[in-house]
Design a protein around this ligand. Structure first.
Ligand code: CU
Length: 124
């Protein structure tokens, strides 16, 4: 019984250390973006800017934008901020009309892990 308890304790410590390690080497999570999630903007944005928790590989990263009536909004080639590889920039090729927009993003972080997500904003 005593033996079993000490084994359970060791497994617990092991799980804790695995969890801590994965938190240190977290994948690229979207921290914030412009326009902000759920924001209603009055000025029409010329680009979307997405800030991640770690560097991303631009070749394997992308953004799609869906507008009112499920229209696909043309987005130029995504690029990284030259001084900050955690910032992905997606130029918008046409001015956005007023309405609601959905942004679907996917990235591969510099550690090779894929993440993706979605957020919304609207243009007044
Ligand atoms: Cu990762």
């Amino acid at each position: 019984m005593k033996l079993y308890a000490s084994r359970a304790l060791r497994v617990g410590i092991l799980l804790t250390s695995v969890f801590t390690t994965s938190a240190v080497f977290a994948h690229a999570h979207l921290k914030n973006q412009t326009p902000a999630a759920d924001a209603q903007v009055t000025a029409v944005p010329q680009a979307l800017t997405l800030n991640f928790s770690e560097g991303v590989e631009v070749k394997f990263s992308g953004v799609t934008v869906t507008g009112p009536q499920q229209t696909q909004i043309p987005v130029g080639a995504v690029k990284l901020n030259e001084k900050d590889n955690t910032q992905l920039i997606a130029p918008l090729e046409q001015p956005l009309k007023s309405g609601d927009y959905t942004v679907d993003w996917h990235v591969v972080s510099v550690d090779g892990h894929k993440t993706k997500g979605q957020y919304h904003f609207s243009v007044k």
